[in-house]
Write a protein that binds this ligand. Structure first.
Ligand code: KG4
Ligand code: ZN
Length: 345
């Protein structure tokens, strides 16, 4: 008999093909990720059609390997959770179709998961996990927001970005500095050789009240400051000044959100949460005021299926019967989510 608390998670919303198994009693049993970054780097960004085709070519073997590592067979799964959006529609359909096929073959339930809910709940995979309510800074390639999280499905967005997401700003600025895709981690590496003080950029939107962000001006500021014949040192100095501006801005807004909400618990999620300088700044800020700070491990900050399997577990009471229509939404506002119905532990 399959255990209803044993969930396979599948993530294919962008350029990572990933699968994982989360079990309510035993925790995370296995997780496997394949990144398509090298394939897309030739084109300077994710090519949606190539992403979908590559997911389709890999998903079967990747799920088999995940189940092998978990020591499970297909028949042991209580439900299959898959990322239903937001994301690239073709890529989402590959994961959704595979999940639906496997569910039809095994009789497991199907749980469509919101990708950002996965990111917000990722810290729950760690041994030291936050209690609700907490504030979450979600900083990824597609999103930058501060939310109050009162429970699963109980998200209140306090601040959003008016233009580029933080990760998008990292990626675009990295491109300006001549770095290959995906630029965020590469820019962070280049910034390590930067000399402080040579350039300084504004901390956008910190001089007015509110928790909104705007990062597109920063990338233009870097472009304007970049000499045509910039040497490696100059590019490193610019990378450092840019990274300082983005991470300072994020830390300032997080401090403000803690002040305004009265909460002293902050969770950081999403790909930019892997950034060392950001982690250090937030750790300093939290230590100064005695706030609790939670990070998922870096591989669970970027896209992964462990967070999808966990979110699927949290929503297992909503599992659809095998054979249900595949859900795939390119756009899916987070505030549309509802808490799951009460479920047995
Ligand atoms: O969460 P994620 O894997 O995918 C989305 O859902 O968007 O986030 C990817 C983003 C990319 O923009 C990438 O450049 C950025 O996270 N990123 C970083 C670092 N690692 C990943 N940005 C800055 N510093 C890093 N160390
Ligand atoms: Zn993501």
């Amino acid at each position: 008999m399959p255990d209803p608390g044993t969930i396979l998670g599948i993530e294919t919303s962008c350029d990572e093909t990933a699968a994982a198994v989360y079990d309510g009693r035993r925790g995370l049993l296995a997780h496997v990720i394949h990144s398509q970054a090298a394939m897309h780097s030739e084109y300077g960004g994710v090519v949606p059609e190539l992403a979908a085709r590559d997911h389709a070519g890999r998903i079967h073997a990747l799920v088999r390997e995940t189940l092998r590592q978990a020591g499970l067979g297909c028949g042991d799964l209580g439900a299959i959770a898959y990322t239903a959006g937001p994301g690239l529609i073709g890529a989402l359909l590959v994961g959704g179709s595979f999940a639906a096929g496997l569910a039809a073959a095994t009789g497991a339930g199907l749980v469509p998961v919101h990708h950002l809910e996965g990111h917000l709940l990722a810290p729950m995979l760690e041994e030291r996990r936050p209690e609700f309510p907490f504030l979450a800074l979600l900083v990824s390639g597609g999103h930058t927001l501060i939310a109050r999280v009162d429970g699963v499905g109980r998200y209140h967005i306090l601040g959003d970005t008016l233009d580029d997401a933080a990760g998008e700003a990292f990626d675009k600025t990295a491109k300006t500095l001549g770095l290959p895709y995906p630029g965020g981690p590469q820019l962070a590496r280049l910034a390590q050789d930067g000399r402080p003080g040579r350039f300084r950029f504004a901390r956008p939107m910190t001089d007015r009240p509110g928790l909104e962000f705007s990062f597109s001006g920063l990338k233009t500021a870097v472009l304007t400051a970049l000499p045509a014949d910039a040497d490696t040192q100059t590019r490193a100095d610019l990378a450092l000044a840019f990274e300082e501006a983005v991470t300072d801005t994020l830390a300032i807004k997080c401090r403000r959100a803690l002040d305004e909400s009265g909460l002293e618990r902050l969770v950081v999620a999403g790909g930019v949460g892997a950034n060392r300088r950001l982690r250090q700044k937030l750790a300093d800020m939290a230590a100064q005021r005695g706030a609790e700070l939670y990070f998922p491990r870096p591989e669970f900050c970027t896209d992964n299926a462990a967070m999808i399997a966990y979110a699927g577990w949290a929503r297992r009471a909503e599992a659809l019967s095998p054979g249900s229509a595949i859900l795939a939404r390119a756009r899916w506002p987070l505030h549309q989510l509802q808490p799951p119905p009460a479920q047995a532990a």
